[in-house]
Write a protein that binds this ligand. Sequence first.
Ligand code: GTP
Ligand code: MG
Length: 323
Amino acid sequence: MKAMEDQVVQEELGYQDDEESFFQDIDLLQKHGIEPGFLTAFEYSEKRKMVFHVSTGSQEFDKLLGGGIESMAITEAFGEFRTGKTQLSHTLCVTAQLPGTNGYTGGKIIFIDTENTFRPDRLRDIADRFNVDHEAVLDNVLYARAYTSEHQMELLDYVAAKFHEEAGIFKLLVQDFYKLTVLRISVPVFFHYNYLPSMITMQIIDSIMALFRVDFSGRGELAERQQKLAQMLSRLQKISEEYNVAVFVTNQMTADPGATMTFQADPKKPIGGHILAHASTTRISLRKGRGELRIAKIYDSPEMPENEATFAITAGGIGDAKE
Ligand code: GTP
Ligand code: MG
């Protein structure tokens, strides 16, 4: 039944899939303020200096992404079931807390779960791999289950408020923070967790489209769905840029009705249409390899070439494939 409904929505998408709808969608995004005001190139480059990357847990995968999941951007991973989207989301909950490259000191995570597949026990396994304290790791993940697409949106309002609030706290903590940064060099990593400024640096939504798919499954509801989706993505984009947050969303795929006509090699495509395609800064497609192996491919990125990387789903989360 669900597949049928998807087909209906997808058919409408296929119908819409022309130049005119492309520009309509861009208009929609702009109406929701997705396009920020002007900055000088210098200001923009100064702002970009704050960008950090969160490790996926696999060096190969990180390399593919130019260091990991980028802040001030929305990264979308899509793929069929069991390709590792949820496992990657769990791994990021731990790696985002660890100090990284370019002075990234680690931070807290907000996790919005639309499919009820978040498992704190998984975080414990992953924490073990990185040799960090379970309680500290779990304490730094703010978890919420979203039940409807509307609820998902409300949670984002809460998130925005939280960032606002914590931005204030962060400013107050700047001095202590400096001292801690100096301290950090000589003591083990996990020692700091309780002292980290209450700064949220990563937001994960697993998965972004699941509830939209259920709530707007009927014929004729596609336009409304895309409108709501644009609203949500514009909010996510603002959060990522204003508060220097790495936003990671997972997405599902569905059969592309046009594929048989065009002899595409991959007859499936991510859902969400132009809206999601344009709002995501980097899109990663995931597919299965042998056993624990998975292959990630850059689908759409302003900077990275369309390369591939092989990684593994291990007991300790996402890791490198063993030769
Ligand atoms: P959907 O949400 O169904 O679309 O799939 P997904 O892409 O989110 O897949 P998920 O991340 O849940 O990956 C599931 C895969 O991870 C399965 O192949 C599991 O065997 C593997 N997996 C889950 N837990 C573990 C674990 O503890 N150890 C290992 N080695 N693999 C695991
Ligand atoms: Mg999943």
